[in-house]
Design a protein around this ligand. Sequence first.
Ligand code: S3P
Length: 167
Amino acid sequence: MKIILIGFMGSGKTVFGKKLANRLNLNFYDLDKQIESKYQMSIPSIFTNFDETVFRNLETKQLTEFINKDNFVLACGGGTPYYNSNMKLIKKIGISVYLELNATALCSRLLKSKTQRPLITGLSHQELQQKIETLLSVREKYYKQSDIIISGINLKPDKLINELNQL
Ligand code: S3P
């Protein structure tokens, strides 16, 4: 089984992905973490030392490696589905799942998060809410092409497993 989790920054892809993989006895991978360990550089450093385009191309390259893997849950970055026809690639790789949350819920989660995210670093509450709304409005079209769309609020593995069984 190949499950690919997508959704905005702060939607819980990594935390939920680990629980789901554990429950289904699958390997868990996080695309950002893979890039960081492969290139020995943090995501913020890649954005600072190169630029976003370089990061997006590394993301696509890393994603391509999953075509030949099996038995995994993969957590993508929030922007992954939007760039380089990655959503097409994601759908080719396996079962795509969108963890859906609205901008307000995402904003309150991201305000509490300690993860460094270059696209939203240093924004005030109001600027963050605005930025999320803008990015969501362009990304949602891609997220919504997923095989399963499920609310990311209080999401438990069993709820998604139930949906997977109905595919
Ligand atoms: C990004 C999301 C991040 C990371 C990078 C860019 C985005 O991943 O890939 O900072 O464009 O939304 P998370 O969704 O895991 O925070």
